[in-house]
Design a protein around this ligand. Structure first.
Ligand SMILES: [Zn+2]
Length: 628
């Protein structure tokens, strides 16, 4: 069972990989920072410093802020820290993080709907505070404290204002509760970057030799993803790691300890020299990434545009309905389906497509050309065993209309479909419905005929459950904050039911879609009066009169031909160059437009001075006056 599903999904993924190989491979890097230590004031400065290090390089990171941390920044009048972080993406990391009960502790006693309500009740206020204090309309993502994971959190994110500008909630964290081949996936209506395996890398901040090992690990993931046609690397830190000797929460809330607020203790701080060395290592680590061709840093907010939910955005036409119906009717288990246009479709989406199609067919008396794909969560409880093997058409029809209505109104796959008093498990009902839909499509639009009887299978498994981890002592109890031996079998049960919603996330090209992808500035030498630009695969070098500059990436223009990029600018002088000057210079913002073989370029320096615009032509030599 396990190997069969594994092989079929592997085939899907390999097919997806071959689809995108034609495009130039891009390795995206999502850098995220769990900003949570509300006890050690030095961690406020650390968050600011990390944000500034990113800003200086034109990188945007994602700071997942704890509600209490935001409130403490406000109390300590650290508007400077808020302003530095606000230049980046702001996400959410729970209200109190490690104060008991943590999310998994309180959700271990909940079912599905009450769990969603309880998560929203306990975590909603913190999300409001982070939004207010940071002045952002929405928070780009959420991720659980420690191993305190539960699927009800995903379902509650929209409700508490954790949603990207694209209207999609993003779950960004690490853990092993659910995952998909070390790649982003959809689960419970959220785009998940989680359980990334070999695509989650880190550099040890405080170890001598950490930089070299960190860069080697990054390069290994980068090379592997480039060979696969591109992909995503996930890297996380806690700003507090730069300054503390021990995590703030382990000092106070270890193994179920729950001292009152008045007794919270500050964690011990590192010597300043160690902190400085770690900042330096981190800067070098980022510079190493920037120098590699095809590396692009992205935030949680960027992810929905990269990994669109194509089937939900575009709907299902008759061919897709047929692809789904054929696969579901004939396979012994529910699994992810890939339609002929290359789009992945989760079991819950299959339920929406097939029942939606049949309801329209019954209502209109003809085959609908297009069906919307609704967002459905999985069932609330483990479905009962199916009690009926066959239904007369009218009994099936009435059960279908009721099940489709329940799915539409409650936005979840029903726990149980009723045919009168008889219970039918939703997976069995979906397979029966798929057979009816397939027969209708095969009969053709001329004579849509309802069958006399509908066979109902039994015991249909939901194969995507295999991607949800089983309950083990380590799954929740491995986190030092949870009580020794803490287990949450009810959360695992809820997580498996939500496997109905699981499917790989795919990039636009893999889904057979065209996007308005950025165009690259052609590689080569561009020259003109007083300036020359050499565009290479992963960088561009600028020569000006008595100055030079660099942009640590290949230039790309948007759909209107404009570009903007952060880089460095170094003034020159006559005479010998001192060794220490190699890394000197200042940050600069390069901007301009590309039109055919002509590039217009301006340089804005950190002190506000603007150079140019220079007009450059591909293949022309620069005409420069150099100082040296
Ligand atoms: Zn955390």
């Amino acid at each position: 069972m396990k190997s069969r599903v594994g092989v079929s999904l592997l085939c899907l993924l390999l097919a997806a990989a071959s689809f995108v190989r034609a495009a130039e491979p891009e390795v995206r890097v999502v850098l995220w920072f769990d900003t949570e230590d509300y006890l050690l004031p030095a961690s406020d400065d650390a968050a600011k410093r990390v944000a500034e290090i990113l800003t200086a390089r034109g990188i945007r990171g994602t700071f997942k802020v704890v509600g209490e941390k935001a409130r403490v920044l406000e109390q300590r009048s650290r508007g400077d820290v808020v302003a530095a972080l606000r230049k980046h993406d702001i996400g959410y990391h729970s209200n109190l993080h490690s104060v008991h009960p943590t999310p998994a502790e309180y959700l271990s006693a909940c079912g599905w709907l009450d769990g969603i309500a309880e998560f929203a009740r306990r975590e909603g206020a913190g999300a409001r505070d982070v939004r207010r204090i940071f002045g952002v309309p929405g928070l780009s993502c959420y991720g659980q404290p420690g191993s305190s994971w539960a699927p009800q959190a995903h379902a509650a994110l929209r409700q508490i204002g954790v949603v990207t500008p694209a209207g999609v909630p993003v779950y960004l964290d690490e853990g092993t509760n659910v995952g998909f081949e070390e790649k982003p996936f959809w689960y419970v209506g959220a785009l998940n970057v989680f359980n990334m395996g070999r695509n989650q890398v880190r550099m040890e901040l405080h170890e001598p030799g950490g930089l070299e090992r960190g860069c080697a690990a990054f390069k290994a993931a980068y090379d592997r993803l480039r060979a696969e046609g591109g992909g995503l690397i996930s890297i996380y830190y806690h700003p507090a790691e730069w300054v503390h000797q021990e995590f703030w929460d382990a000092v106070n809330f270890r193994r179920g300890a729950n001292p009152p607020r008045e007794e919270w203790k500050r964690p011990p701080q590192r010597p300043a020299a160690e902190t400085e060395a770690a900042y330096h290592r981190f800067e070098k680590y980022l510079d190493y990434q920037l120098a590699l061709p095809g590396v692009k840093h992205v935030t949680a907010s960027d992810l929905p545009a990269i990994y669109g939910d194509w089937i939900r955005a575009q709907g299902a036409d008759l061919e897709t309905v047929k692809d789904v119906a054929e696969r579901v009717a004939r396979a012994p288990a529910l699994d992810v389906v890939r339609d002929r246009r290359g789009r992945f479709i989760s079991p819950a989406e299959q339920f929406s497509i097939v029942t939606g199609f049949l309801v329209r067919w019954i209502g209109d008396g003809r085959l609908p050309p297009q069906v919307e794909v609704g967002e459905l969560f999985g069932p609330s409880e483990r479905p009962p065993a199916t009690e009926v093997g066959e239904l007369p058409w009218r009994a099936f029809r009435d059960a279908l209309l009721d099940a489709a209505d329940e799915a539409r109104v409650r936005q979840q796959v029903p726990t149980c479909v009723f045919a009168g008093v008889k219970k039918i498990a939703p997976a069995d009902f979906l397979r029966a419905s798929a057979a009816v839909a397939l027969a209708a499509i095969d009969a053709g639009p001329a004579r849509p005929a309802f069958p006399e009887k509908v066979a109902i299978p039994s015991g249909t498994p939901v194969a995507t459950e295999l991607f949800v981890a089983d309950d083990t002592p380590e799954l929740f109890g491995g986190w030092i904050i949870h009580p020794e031996g803490f287990r949450a079998p009810r959360i695992v049960e809820m997580a498996k039911l939500q496997a109905w919603t699981l499917k790989p996330a795919q990039r636009a090209a893999a889904a057979g879609e065209t996007t308005t992808a950025a165009r690259r500035v052609p590689v080569g030498s561009w020259g003109g009066a007083r300036a020359g630009l050499t565009v290479e695969e992963g960088q561009a070098r600028l020569e000006l009169d008595c100055a030079h500059g660099s942009i640590p990436r290949r230039l790309a223009v948007d759909t209107t031909g404009r570009f903007e990029a952060e880089g460095r600018y170094v003034p020159e002088h006559g005479g010998p160059v001192r060794a220490a000057e190699a890394d000197e210079g200042q940050p600069a913002r390069y901007s301009g437009t590309l039109s055919g073989q002509t590039l217009t370029l301006s340089v804005k320096l950190g002190d506000g001075q603007t150079l140019g615009p220079y007009t450059l032509t591909l293949g022309h030599p620069p005409r420069l006056m150099k100082c040296r």
